[in-house]
Design a protein around this ligand. Structure first.
Ligand code: AMP
Length: 290
């Protein structure tokens, strides 16, 4: 593997110049938006980008507008030096790491009104979250003008919201959604996992365990969503994880809740383990009808 440090770019203007040069050379551009504290989940998106595109931009920006005042903006891990070292092994061309003032200069007051699919689940528990996400993603897409932008299915609703926004606002970028990367014991990788104490880390396995249990039930022919949700809830009770924002079985396209499972559905979870809010999800597929 080549080990060439990516060029660090702090401003939108410099990013625009760098990607315009690459585009003029006929190169396709891949963008991987992140908030840093990179882990194997982020790196899987980077690998997808470098495999599919000639030039890869990774953005690292802890976006203040997607955090509510009581959330973890201040303590969110910021590890730029280590992130750059990690990316040096991945053939990344540019790391865009702007300041908050660069992305939101004085007077900046335009925001994206998120699509319908942003209303439920995360949108219900984090009311301005997707407004902030849509706004920063659109700004990054406009600054980097990528051929393809890469997102993780770990944030299932976010991927739907971004796809919809890109379509509704005629954004000329393909949105690619990549699989969830997990720790060997099943915990979905997340920059927030580092907040967990050893005891909480063990408790947090209930997310992936309950998704696996739901997958087994549905694959075995259980079609009653309430029964599947009850089985998942039972596992949460046993693990002592009681601070649950939602356990939901929903249509994978609209996120409308499902009562009877007659085709693929998505199971979505958001809960707090200790003070740490974690999310996870999985597609559940019923057995073929004979
Ligand atoms: P974040 O830095 O948490 O904003 O995440 C940046 C991107 O990485 C988003 O598109 C996430 O969905 C994606 N991502 C985060 N964790 C994972 C994971 N465990 N597997 C795959 N993608 C992930």
């Amino acid at each position: 593997m080549t080990s060439l440090a990516p060029q660090l770019i702090p401003t939108c203007a410099e990013l625009a110049t760098a990607v315009a040069q690459a585009s003029q050379q006929g190169k396709t551009i891949g963008l991987v938006p992140t908030m840093g504290a990179l882990h194997a989940g982020h790196l899987s998106l980077v690998k997808a980008s470098t495999a599919e595109c000639d030039c890869t931009v990774v953005s690292i920006f802890v976006n203040p507008t997607q955090f509510a005042p009581h959330e973890d903006l201040e303590k969110y891990p910021r590890t730029l030096k280590r992130d750059l070292e990690l990316l040096a092994d991945y053939n990344v061309d540019f790391v865009f790491s702007p300041s908050a003032d660069e992305m939101y200069p004085a007077g900046c007051s335009t925001f994206v009104d998120p699509p319908e699919v942003a209303r439920s689940l995360e949108g219900a528990f984090r009311p301005d979250h997707f407004r902030g996400v849509c706004t920063i993603v659109l700004k990054l897409l406009n600054a980097a003008r990528p051929t393809i932008a890469f997102f993780g299915r770990k944030d299932f609703q976010q991927a739907l919201v971004i796809r919809r926004m890109a379509e509704d606002l005629n954004v000329p970028t393909n949105i690619s959604v990549q699989p969830i990367i997990r720790e060997p014991d099943g915990l979905a990788m997340s920059s927030r996992n580092q907040y967990l104490s050893p005891e909480e880390r063990a408790q947090a396995l209930v997310l992936s365990r309950s998704l696996h249990a739901a997958e087994t039930l549905v694959a075995g022919g259980e079609s009653d969503a309430a029964a599947v949700l009850a089985a998942m809830k039972e596992l949460f009770d046993q693990a002592g994880v009681t601070d649950i924002d939602y356990l939901s079985l929903a249509c994978p396209d609209t996120l409308a809740p499902v009562q009877t499972i007659a085709g693929p559905v998505v199971a979505l979870i958001a809960c707090r383990v200790g003070a740490t809010r974690l999310i996870d999800n999985q597609i559940l597929t019923p057995p073929p009808q004979i």
